[in-house]
Ligand binder design. Structure first.
Ligand code: LRH
Ligand code: MN
Ligand code: MN
Length: 427
């Protein structure tokens, strides 16, 4: 670790009087609403969000990239960075890898390094949206949907290889996102392309260990601009249903056309027991991959409201979804960006937990939209930041992660160690 955990505690001590004052006030107010504050804190402390390995370097756009320095040069350094985040917020105890960007050269060493940082390996991601230098056949015209069976087989084999890496590291799920699609009307036979995709996915599904899950991610457009084979949650759900019990839909918040009611998508998938995982981010226009909660915090809260309601319903057949971030930024320090994202997720979760569900159901039963809105917004407008800080404090992490990140000059140390022009493979 770049710093001694005691340094966090010393900095916490300085911030403690201020925190105590706000937390005691909040605690008192919540108790008056019959909310069990300790229960709430316990749930927040247990809630862990996986960090994408590809978000630790400065992202870019297709027009350019402005690296910030001190970026991880290897998988090991990516794990180090997530370890730092987790030491600061105690809420990011997992990493999601992307193969081949993150091929471990020494599996044992990588496992040990992750364990030493208190990290688990969440879903492994395959990549058939780029051609790799040593690759025989091109994915220019698709991968699992390709017209040429040899390309499809190559893409299936890649996914099977990703599963092997995941197995060695202790992952329990594979996320498949396909760029596959077409940019011009007439270019591709929709029905046949979807059928070929399903057939290829079946081979991958069969190749998974019995305790693994397959997450099928959807996205309406980009990199192709006319048609995408797995364009929406319905198509993903159709594929997951045909594949079998351990196949699920993965919702990436940025993968919807404008104004899609994502919270309804979440509720529908949960009703079917088919919501497998989440890629959190935020966006204004498309798949912007901005910091979670930066644009639409109310929407994020409404999504969590459905998630909590689904998770708390004893009749719900949906397993606990995998929580992952999929954001990357070209302006902010990527680690500060991720700290902000994790906190936004925890806040939305906590706010959803304090919704007076019984009162909300009553308002719904009596068709009272005014009261229903009051109840939801009562929760949304409650400032729960001191509660999240208290959860971190109780877990031995920082009261103010970003402040501590800056006070400890983490980035400066990383630049000193890794230089200003470092970057591992990735987007
Ligand atoms: C595609 C996507 C998918 C990829 C990641 C790099 O837009 O959301 O999850 O794996 O970005
Ligand atoms: Mn994604
Ligand atoms: Mn995306």
């Amino acid at each position: 670790m770049l710093f001694d955990k005691n340094q966090i505690h010393t900095l916490n001590d300085q911030a403690l009087p201020d925190h105590r004052e706000s937390f005691e006030y909040l605690s008192h107010r919540l108790s008056q609403r019959s909310i069990q504050v300790n229960e709430l804190i316990k749930k927040i402390r247990e809630f862990q969000v996986a960090i994408p390995s590809w978000a630790l370097g400065t992202g870019g756009t297709r027009f350019g990239r402005f690296p910030g320095g001190g970026e991880p040069r290897s998988l090991e350094e990516k794990i180090t960075d997530v370890g730092i985040l987790h030491a600061l917020n105690a809420g990011s105890g997992a990493i999601s890898l992307h193969i081949p960007w993150d091929i471990p050269d020494n599996v044992e060493k990588i496992r040990e390094h992750a364990a030493a940082n208190g990290l688990l390996f969440d879903a492994v991601n395959s990549n058939t949206f780029q051609d790799q230098p040593d690759q025989e056949l091109s994915y220019k015209f698709g991968s699992l949907c390709h017209t040429d069976a040899r390309v499809r087989q190559q893409a299936v084999n890649h996914n099977l290889e990703v599963i092997q890496y995941g197995k060695m590291l202790g992952s329990k799920s594979l996320t498949v996102w396909l760029a596959d699609g077409s940019s011009f009307p007439g270019q591709m036979n929709f029905r046949k392309a979807l059928q070929r995709t399903l057939d290829s996915l079946k081979e991958i599904y069969e190749g998974m260990p019995a305790d693994w899950k397959l997450f099928v991610e959807y996205k309406p457009y980009e990199p192709y601009f006319y048609h995408t084979v797995i364009q929406d949650w319905g198509t993903s759900h159709l594929l997951a249903s045909q594949l079998g019990e351990r196949a699920y839909t993965l919702v990436d918040l940025g993968h919807h056309l404008p104004n899609t009611n994502i919270e309804q998508v979440v509720a529908t998938l949960m009703m079917q027991g088919k919501l497998g995982g989440f890629h959190f981010n935020d966006s204004k226009f498309g798949d912007d991959d901005l910091t979670v909660g930066a644009m639409k915090p109310y929407q994020l809260f409404l999504i969590f409201n459905e998630l909590v309601e689904g998770m708390e319903d004893p009749r719900s057949a949906n397993p606990s979804p995998a929580w992952m971030i999929d954001a990357s930024h070209n302006l902010k320090d990527p680690m500060e960006d991720l700290l902000q994202s994790v906190e936004a997720i925890q806040l939305a979760y906590a706010q959803a937990l304090i919704v007076d569900r019984a009162a909300l159901e009553n308002a719904r039963d009596s068709n009272d939209p005014v009261l229903a809105q009051e109840i939801l917004q009562e929760a949304f407008r409650t400032d729960l930041r001191p509660l999240i800080a208290e959860a971190r404090l109780q877990s031995g992490a920082a009261l103010h992660p970003i402040r501590v990140f800056r006070q400890l000059e983490v980035r400066k140390t990383l630049v000193g160690e890794r230089g200003t022009k470092s970057l591992a493979t990735g987007l």
